[in-house]
Design a protein. Structure first.
Length: 230
């Protein structure tokens, strides 16, 4: 779809409501994914560049060409406080598009992190800076600055559609995208889900079984599950 739109930078985007973004930041990716109806996950090959990395913010999207990080420099100008840069590529590429220098630039503009369907390098420096990056690969191989892509167009990153201004949340369990118009709704559903899970957690602590909490015994018996004492 929009992957054919090359050579454009959209300077005005609609971002999700900041209060809804702040509310979503309290929840993990798994909770948000379930609360949203089990949609919005990026492919699990995107992994944190260092242990404990986590991010939540509104998307500034970038469409890269393979082996070329020019558009990341272009995107830096469009970053506002609280944004997360989400970079897709026109075709698979694991080159090291991003490192410590660009992270320094992004942070100065207010970025909360980067999600990239490509490679990242300088991971020790990123950890020292605590600048969270979720990437397809860690790769020292550098890139060129020679080919146009686009900034702030809808992109498909790791199999998930991301529009400028959508909310992106990432932690050790993965990366999830929340459509900007659903941010408040999904934050509320996530809170309800966490409250319900805390009730179940308390029951598990007493030794109660999931078989009884979830009412599993009847369906298992109907399918013919037998208990034998031999």
């Amino acid at each position: 779809m929009e992957h054919t739109e090359i050579g454009v930078v959209r300077t005005s985007i609609t971002r999700a409501d900041p209060e809804a973004v702040a509310a979503l930041s309290a929840f993990g990716v798994a909770t948000i994914h379930e609360a949203m109806g089990r949609v919005g996950l990026m492919r699990p090959y995107l992994r944190p560049a260092y242990p404990g990395a986590r991010l939540c913010g509104t998307a500034v999207t970038v469409l890269l060409q393979p082996g070329d990080n020019w558009m990341l420099h272009v995107a830096a100008e469009q970053i506002r406080e609280g944004d997360v840069v989400v970079a897709a590529c026109t075709t698979e590429s694991e080159d090291g598009f991003f490192g410590e220098l660009l992270a320094t630039s992004f942070r100065a503009r207010g970025a909360r992190g980067l999600v990239i369907d490509g490679g990242v390098r300088d991971t020790a420096d990123l950890e020292r800076m605590d600048f969270p990056v979720f990437a397809r690969a860690v790769n020292a191989k550098g890139t060129v600055k020679a080919t146009l892509g686009s900034v702030n167009v809808p992109v498909v990153c790791a199999n998930a559609l991301v529009r400028p201004g959508d909310v992106v949340v990432a932690d050790g369990d993965g990366v999830v995208v929340v459509p900007r118009e659903r941010a408040a709704e999904v934050a509320g559903a996530s809170a309800e889900r966490e409250a319900a899970e805390e009730g179940k957690r308390a029951r598990f602590r007493t030794g109660e079984l999931g078989l009884d909490i979830y009412g599993m015994r009847g369906p298992l018996a109907e399918l013919g599950l037998r208990y034998e004492d031999r």
